[in-house]
Design a binder for this molecule. Structure first.
Ligand SMILES: [Zn+2]
Ligand SMILES: [Zn+2]
Length: 214
């Protein structure tokens, strides 16, 4: 099955994707499971579940810990922002969730988890994002892939989608799953379909944002 991970809905301030449109897009592209990971909220994921009972929705959250952004997948409850990274990961685990590290080596993302912090939670990490479609430079994805291999961690691809059409830029092709543990197992044998948003597009969006702020 096609699984899209690291997707933002309009419950994230920075995204414009309504859940109904995400659902329609997934049906058109035969994406059967989707991991919704809004910033510091699971309301978008819960909404998605109501809007699209025909899709498998993984409730996730991209949590702003004190030491960088970390994603929890298969959450039952929202986790608060602002705690230290290790405590945040422990809370994910306590809910039976999986710890997913997004864009770990993208030096242009100030909210990434930096290497010393990453090393400090390695025992709790389940998944490393080895391809982020919105990465600032391709080498940062290559570094993540190398890191995952070196440390025996399962890799995954994430679109980090903030608009509907970019969801398809990172698809995990894997067998159907029925629990977080099963998901991790099947993901370890997944194949990836990626088509990065062009670097020019990524940077154009960022520059526009900067221009708006000033
Ligand atoms: Zn992020
Ligand atoms: Zn994100």
């Amino acid at each position: 099955m096609f699984v899209a991970l690291h997707v933002h809905t309009n419950f994230s301030a920075c995204s414009e994707s309504p859940v109904e449109e995400i659902a329609r897009y997934c049906r058109e592209r035969e994406i059967e499971a989707i991991g919704i990971t809004d910033h510091n909220d699971i309301a978008g994921a819960q909404n998605m579940q109501h809007a699209a009972p025909d899709l498998t929705v993984i409730t996730g959250e991209e949590i702003s810990s004190r030491d960088g952004e970390i994603v929890g997948l298969f959450l039952k409850e929202k986790i608060s922002a602002g705690m230290d990274l290790r405590e945040t990961c422990l809370q994910i685990k306590r809910q039976g969730g999986l710890v997913y590290v997004p864009h770990p080596f993208d030096r242009f993302k100030v909210h990434r988890v930096r290497r010393p912090y990453l090393m400090g939670i390695l025992d709790l990490v389940d998944i490393i994002e080895v391809f982020n479609a919105k990465i600032s430079l391709p080498i940062y994805n290559a570094q993540a892939e190398k890191f995952a291999k070196e440390h025996g961690k399962v890799g995954a691809v994430g679109s980090d989608s903030h608009y509907v059409k970019s969801i398809g830029s990172a698809i995990n092709v894997m067998e159907p799953f029925d629990s977080p543990v099963d998901f991790l197992d099947k993901l370890s044998r997944a194949e990836f379909k990626t088509g990065a948003a062009s670097l020019a597009a990524t940077w154009w969006v960022r520059l526009r944002k900067l221009a708006r702020i000033r």
